[in-house]
Design a protein around this ligand. Sequence first.
Ligand code: SF4
Length: 497
Amino acid sequence: MEKARVLLVAFYNKKALGVRYLEGALLRAGHEVRVVYYKDFNSLHPSRTTQKELDLLRGEVDTFRPHLVGLSVMSSMYLDTVNAVLDMLRQDAAAPVACGGAFATMFPDYFLDRGAQFVIRSDGEFSMCALAEALAGGTAWEGIPSLCWRRGGETVMNDIGGLLNDIDGYGIPVVNSTNACFIENGTMTEGDPQRDTLSYEVIASRGCPFTCSYCCCCNLRKLLPPGIHGVRTRSVQSVIDELIEAKKQCRRIAFIHFYDEIFPNLPGWVDQFVVEYKKHIGLPFTIWTHPKMVDEEMLKKLVSVGLTEVIMGIQSGSEHIRRDVFHRYETQEDILRATRIIRRSGVFWCSYDFMLQHPFETIDDLKESYWLAKKMTGPYELQLHGLNFLPGTDIVPMAIEAGYFTREEMDAVMYGPMEEQYGAYWRRETSRESELWYRMLYCLQFKSLRRKIERFEQDPAAHGGEIDRLYIRGQKLQRMRYLYKKSRVVLKRMGIG
Ligand code: SF4
């Protein structure tokens, strides 16, 4: 087998699990890998790439002389930077480029139009290794599954293949790469930027069973070949092996984030997990869940070995918005039941997401969110967001069909520069009435404000100034609460509290 040199680029994500899985697969296949973590995620001050950073990346390519450059493009948020990198690579004709990741899987032509030679759709472990080997050895690559490329101006899309149901077969991701660097703020730092992390991100499964219209998971699932399950779960042993490695390599780790869309609850899985996690890991950890998946017995077991936070999407208190717009089919009672169980299970912290003040929402829908949150069992933290319109999600054609945006307006939002996207995605312009209900909902999460805010429910407009003042107090409380939460986690890490 011909040994290849592959340079992988992860954008705006120092943890970049997809790239770490690919690196592991390429190394095990005997190839040489250089990983460039290109810029850091920053939701407050997102910054596009600079010429200096592009020059540094070009220097990496020149030095490493790869047979293949792989760009991991999960999201449309930072396409301007990806395009600048593609331009640079195309001009220098340094090496063929293959793009992968969720966004590339759904929109291969976007990258083929801009000079990428290949796109790899869906799980890339097998196809990336096969392509690297073919390019290094000068052998045929046309039959490699999941590969897209151009022949005579036409896009060729090979069937997606090489995927595993038993995803342990992909191996564990590289935790601390021995051949990585980090480019940010016009400088390059040698070494894996994850090495000094305080929090480690892991996934125990791939895929999600739900169909939320604002998320691309369901459309990615439709692309899976027959026989490949929509949700595939790793063995407990594989997850624990990765975490043992993470503890060994990243000495400062204080807590673990399970980034599964829904934490696994297969028969026997959690029982085995709690035994092994307690024995080998013992760090505080967080999980995500869904109102229909909350299970008291499971949560109690997880709490007993360090589960400190559960994050759950609720998104709207309006059944109409959830069902007809977001395609979420849980009832009010499902949500209330879930919040009761989460509290009863003894989880230290629960955070609930809502997406509010988007074009589909009326003032009555927003009030429904307030009334539902009032009934939810607390204490809880509310994470109130706007609605992100993302390419490849079902809600985009719905918004166009409903007349909220033209296709051109929608594209301008979805493909705009990153700093505009972050601003535009947050919340749309709202009426004073909407703003007051939003602020009252926000205040519900603070015990000391709750009683006060409830006095204004009947006529918020008559108490606008008071609601505004309580909202400002809530924002201050939120900052203090954040510090409290972090310090509790650190104490738990130290075995205190
Ligand atoms: S539950 Fe989460 S991951 Fe699953 S479809 Fe909905 S938003 Fe996507």
